[in-house]
Every structure is written in C-alpha cells, then in structure tokens.
Design a protein around this ligand. Structure first.
Ligand SMILES: C[S@@+](CC[C@H](N)C(=O)[O-])C[C@H]1O[C@@H](n2cnc3c(N)ncnc32)[C@H](O)[C@@H]1O
Length: 423
C-alpha cells in the first residue's frame, strides 16, 4: 500500500508508544488521571544490518540448533533447526537469557485430526471451549529459516542447506515429524516442498531485516480461512510460535488462521491461495454470492483504505479533542463512525491488529468523554481480549474497564459544556 493514500478519518489517534494520549490544551482537565486509554503502540523497528556487517556474511547460510546443543539440555524434541546468516545466529545467541522457556495449555485444548470435506489431509480442532485471547498452543519450530537463500556456484539458490538441516541436524523424531508434513509441491526437492507448504511468516531475526519462516509440527497443520478464528504470532525471546483464539471456539470446531492478507477481494484472495497453496478456498467469505459477496469485497476494500495510510505515522487525537471540546457538534458523531468500523471488522472477521486497536481506542475515549461508563467497559473488555490474542497481554485495557472514570478523557464533553454554556 502506498503511504501517499488519503489519510483515513479513523486514524487520528495519538501515537506515543505504549503510553497514553497526549491531551490537547483546550479541554485538558485539571487533573490528569492515572489510567491511560491505550492507543496504537509503536511498531518495533526491524533491525537493519549494521553497515558492512552482513555483506560477506550473506554469501552463505549457517546451520545451528536453538537452544544451542548442550548436554545440560537433554530434550532434543525441543530443538529448532535454524538456517540463518552468521550475524543472525551470533546476535540471537547473544540475547541475554535466550531462549526463555514457555508453557502450553496442559492437557492440550486441541487435537490434530483428519479434516474431511473440502480439506485435504489434517486440520486442528478444539477439544474444549476457547475464548477470544485464549492460548491454544505454543510450540518451538521444527525449522526456522531465512527466506533469502544465497546462490550456489551455479548461480541458483543453494537449497542444499534444507537437506542438511533436516537430515543431519534434526533428531530422528523431529525429522520424522518434518517429513510427515504435507507437501503440495512434489516437483521440488522434498525438504523444500514441505517448507513451502508449511512455513509461517515469523518476521525478521536480529542482524538482518529480511523475512524468515518457521515450520511447526502441530501449528503447520492449521488450515486457512479468510474468516479465521485464530491468529498465529511468533515470540523471538522464547523462540516459539503461538496460536490464540480470535473468536469463541466450541469443542469440535476447526481452528483456522489466515495464510494471506485478508483485505483483497475474493477473486484476488482465491487466485493467491491457488498459486501459493494450490487450493480453492471455500470459507464463509469465499462462498458468499450476489450482493453479499459484493458487500464483503466492499467492506474489505474500506478496511484496506484505512490500512493504506501509515498507521504508525504522526497521527493525533486532534479530531477527538475538537469534538469533545465543541458542544455544538452531535454527541454521537464520532462513536457512530467508530462503531461502523468495528462492525465491519467483526463482520468480515478481519480483526486487523493495528486498525482494531485504533477503533477500540477511539470508542473508549469518545464514550469516556460522554461519561458512558457501560460503553467504555464493554469496549475496553473487548479490546483486552483481542489485545491478549495479538500480544499475550491485555495491554492496559482491563485497567480502563475497571475504572473508566479514572481516564483523562472522562467527562470532557460535560466540562466543555460547562465552560461554553452558550453553545
Ligand atoms: C500448511 S498445510 C495445512 C495442513 C494440511 N491440511 C495438512 O494436512 O497437513 C497447507 C495445505 O493445506 C490445505 N488447505 C489449507 N487450508 C485449506 C482450505 N481452506 N481448503 C482446502 N485446503 C486447505 C492445502 O492443501 C494447503 O496447501
């Protein structure tokens, strides 16, 4: 998306890192309360390679295992094979305490089983009721690799590293797990075909900002939906992937993540999935017909328009503050718009992290300005659940839900009316 697109009306939330809003001058209350309504956190910058550091390094890949092999760490089933550049390996292993330990729900709340119907092979299913934000599984990868593979002597990507990692570095049980994963690219060498079928994007590793992917024993069994009920994310510190619920899931229901961006139209999504994963998606959004299908495409296009703007840019709460401080403007002006956006996000099951956070933030600020305690509590609780799904912690939203009146936005409309009795 080009950053030159028109700035969307929803995007005027102050971005001050994980802190709260910087209130403008006109309606600043005397007492700035303790509880901040979270707003969009700054993105962690991907670490660019230091000048000259990776140039030589990037001519070849190095192989290692994480945690580093040690007789003191006897559990080979927890090791990830890592294919990276030397600088990445060194920076990773130099992180204090790396990798931290982690836990996953025990007994498991899911089962990997034959998916049946339109799905080839296996899928992941809930065995217990799961709520938004709940952890479903956390797992160390079988293999983590950079996407960029330097050329070998013949000038073609040197994919030999995948064979070495799988056949020489993995323990026998880990290798068996890897080789049992599905492979939709039989024309490729087996280790690469499995990688391309199953790897999930994990972002960059320290030392080089190129993309990396991870292959997992259970997480890679999750099928795709354009209306997913779960989200995958990667935690560098523990070197683990996790799946959390994005919607309530009942026992026996299949768990889905999205493999692709969700905002393109159905035609574009289907073409991408066919090309990259060789299946025709028949999810709830892809099987809509007629006006419903058009409406879904339209809502996703509007969501994309908002995302097209630079959400991390220097946006402010200026319009919220201008509304709060001007009693002549309708009370419902901003909440109506934000509720419409939230309904579109929920309707498409496209709870895009950055945009949803902005919407919840605006709803809570506007309802706090209107002194509508129940509405602030409702949206702050929802925001807490989604924030937990995206990050593993509620991000401060539960404090807002517990005491809306303690936020700096509380009562700004009334205060503005009191100081402008004529308007
Ligand atoms: C990462 S694997 C997912 C697990 C796979 N079903 C298995 O048995 O291991 C990706 C492959 O699963 C299948 N798949 C995933 N989502 C699907 C869907 N919504 N409909 C049909 N097939 C799907 C496709 O063959 C795709 O290439």
């Amino acid at each position: 998306m080009s950053s030159g697109m028109r700035r969307g009306f929803l995007l005027s939330t102050t971005h001050t890192g994980r802190g709260g809003p910087a209130l403008g001058s006109r309606v600043t209350p005397k007492k700035i309360a303790e509880i901040k309504i979270p707003c969009h956190p700054e993105n962690q910058p991907e670490e660019a390679p230091a000048k000259g550091e990776t140039t030589d390094d990037m001519t070849h890949l190095v192989l290692t295992v994480v945690p580093p092999s040690s007789p003191l760490l006897p559990d080979p089933d927890m090791y990830s094979a890592l294919i990276s550049f030397k600088t990445q390996k060194e920076k990773l292993l130099a992180i204090p305490g790396f990798p931290t330990s982690f836990t996953t729900p025990s007994p498991p709340v899911y089962r990997v089983q034959r998916a049946g119907g339109r799905f080839q092979g296996l899928g992941m299913f809930a065995t217990q009721e799961v709520h938004i934000g709940d952890l479903i599984v956390r797992e160390r990868a079988l293999l983590i690799t950079t996407q960029y593979v330097p050329p070998g002597p013949d000038g073609r990507p040197n994919i030999h590293a995948f064979d070495v990692a799988v056949h020489q570095q993995m323990s026998a049980p880990r290798r068996a797990m890897y080789l049992a994963l599905s492979n939709i690219f039989p024309e490729l060498p087996q280790t690469l075909g499995i990688l391309n079928t199953n790897s999930l994007y994990i972002g960059a590793l320290p030392g080089y900002n190129g993309a990396c992917g991870g292959v997992f024993n259970d997480i890679s069994r999750i099928n795709h939906s354009c209306r997913p009920n779960a989200v995958f994310w990667w935690d560098l510190q523990s070197f683990s992937g996790q799946i959390r619920a994005l919607a309530p899931i009942r026992p026996g229901e299949q768990i889905f993540i999205t493999y692709i961006d969700m905002w393109p139209t159905r035609t574009v999504r289907q073409a991408t999935l066919l090309k990259k994963y060789r299946f025709r998606c028949a999810c709830g959004a892809c099987t809509l017909t007629g006006a419903y299908a058009q409406y879904s495409d339209l809502r996703r296009a509007f969501i994309a328009m908002q995302l097209g703007d630079d959400l991390d840019g220097s946006t402010t709460d200026a319009d919220l503050l201008a509304w709060a401080g001007n009693p002549a403007l309708p009370d419902t002006m901003l909440v109506n718009a934000a509720e419409l956006w939230l309904n579109w996000l929920l309707g498409e099951r496209e709870m895009e992290e950055r945009l949803s956070r902005v919407v919840f933030s605006r709803l809570c600020k506007a309802y706090a300005a209107l002194e509508d305690e129940e509405a602030v509590k409702k949206y702050a609780r929802q925001a807490a659940a989604y924030e937990t799904a995206w990050t593993g912690s509620d991000g401060g939203w539960l404090a807002v839900a517990a005491a809306p009146q303690e936020t700096a936005w509380w009562g700004l409309r009334r205060k503005a009316r009191e100081s402008n009795p004529s308007s």
